[in-house]
Design a protein around this ligand. Sequence first.
Ligand code: CDP
Length: 237
Amino acid sequence: MVKLLIKDGIRLDGRKPDELRKIKIEAGVLHRADGSCYLEWGENKILAAVYGPREALPRHIQDSTKAIVNARYNMASFSVEERKRPGPDRRSIEISKVTSEALEGVIFTELFPRTMIDVCIEVLNAEAGTRCAGITAAAVALADAGIPMKDLPVACAAGKVDGTVVLDLTSGEDKEGEADLPVAIAPRTEEILLMQMDGHMTYKEFEEALELALKGCKKVHELQREALLNKYKDFEV
Ligand code: CDP
């Protein structure tokens, strides 16, 4: 096989197979939202804002037993190489759905019947792995909004490139590689909140990729905690 993306165990951007891109997380960056987060993950730049719980309207969408988690993933027109037409498309509707479901898995929704919790994820710059970065940012924004959760969810992808299982794919690796496996977990219990796969891997490679993704999630989780501690360290209890 001709190896174009990994040479002597080093990837095109200089990372080792099990290395994450550089990540920066800041909690509470917007004053109008109830909770917010700005996150940079490699070249990804993402803003997440949480609003609610508020009364779900129109009333017929209300659930009398729990809150509705309404995540909306949106890519700015200028966030990708080829201008993206504004507004929802199949891909963003899918990512919004899986993100809502992943977050619903950790939020104590039964505490807020008949309400809606809005989670807006705005991708300002995209460079692969935006759904994982979006979920990670949304989790911090939810915690910043004081929404009760059983754990702080986190996401990270692994995949297969040039026959090697790698962590956190870049755009080139995503396009030219063999497989991409985004995973979101509740880190304390390792409960899987989201798992999707593009491409092909053997079962053994899948197991290896999943393990690597979980390790990546744990590292990113530490950065989420630091961002929240950083914001709230000066508050009196
Ligand atoms: O972003 P993520 O890896 O979660 O989702 P994807 O559908 O696998 O997209 C991979 C990457 O393709 C995105 O992160 C963008 O960098 C790029 N993309 C693009 O250039 N134009 C689009 N309309 C959608 C995605």
